[in-house]
Design a protein. Structure first.
Length: 255
């Protein structure tokens, strides 16, 4: 029996990774950039096929010397691939699926690249796929840009893809940013420009600059349940003496 359409839509929305806590934190901070994401491979910016096998055969028979000397070039791009091509004039292009016939002696090409599994960087053009459950990390003139799952493409010489990060990890360091997920029953200790902060469990936090550092994670009971910031910032009170069985006066600071 087919699943009702409304139930299927609800299930799909519930399973979207961009609805998880980690993604929501990044989205709230306005760090997820979807401007480069493609809806389908049909949206890839590339040169469409301009020939077919019969046309190539006729040109080969009629213009054989042109193929021998390299003035004419032909290649076929299979489904799920693009062909990186240089025009010999400083330009870079992706050629899409199909048969291509190039009548230019300065054009060069290598071999088809699968855009489903590879990160393709060709001159100032980039084409990549960020897997589900991951975040793509890109630098734009030194500034971090985070890419959600999906296929992305851009033409920009200063936009450089670095790597992707698995959001299953509790602590993810992405350049100057750190994403911290604290499990229930635990607390995280961080240091923000020399000031200690305690992060409560059951939430995901974004540390927004390099000087805000994650230090450690520990069971929440070790912190005595005091998570109020003003309580943590209160200066130490007087020194109290604690009697022991061996008549040793142990001194401690009460907070």
């Amino acid at each position: 029996m087919d699943e009702p359409k409304s139930m299927a839509m609800e299930r799909d929305q519930a399973n979207r990774p961009e609805d998880t806590a980690a993604y929501q934190v990044l989205k709230k901070a306005d760090l997820l950039d979807t401007s480069y994401r493609l809806s389908s491979p049909d949206e890839i910016d590339g040169v469409a096929a301009n020939s077919d096998p019969w046309n190539v055969l006729v040109n080969t028979l009629l213009c054989c010397p042109c193929f021998v000397c390299g003035c004419f070039k032909t290649f076929t791009v299979p489904e799920g691939h693009v062909m990186p091509v240089q025009d010999g004039r400083g330009g870079f292009h992706f050629h899409k699926v199909g048969v291509h016939l190039i009548r230019d002696p300065f054009y060069t090409y290598s071999k088809p690249q699968s855009f489903g599994v590879n990160t393709i960087v060709h001159g100032d053009r980039s084409l990549l796929v960020v897997e589900q459950g991951h975040i793509g990390f890109v630098l734009n003139q030194g500034q971090p840009v985070l890419l959600p799952p999906g296929m992305h493409q851009w033409r920009n010489p200063v936009l450089v893809y670095r790597e992707s990060f698995d959001l299953n990890n509790n602590v993810i360091r992405m350049g100057p940013l750190t994403l911290v997920t604290v499990d229930e029953g635990y607390a995280a200790v961080t240091e923000d420009n020399g000031r200690q902060e305690i992060l409560q469990g059951g939430q995901t936090y974004l540390l927004t600059h390099r000087n805000h550092k994650f230090q450690k994670r520990a069971p929440a009971f070790r912190f005595g349940g005091f998570f109020d910031r003003e309580e943590r910032r209160r200066p130490p009170s007087r020194v109290r003496g604690i009697p022991t069985g061996k008549n040793v006066d142990v001194r401690r600071r009460a907070f």
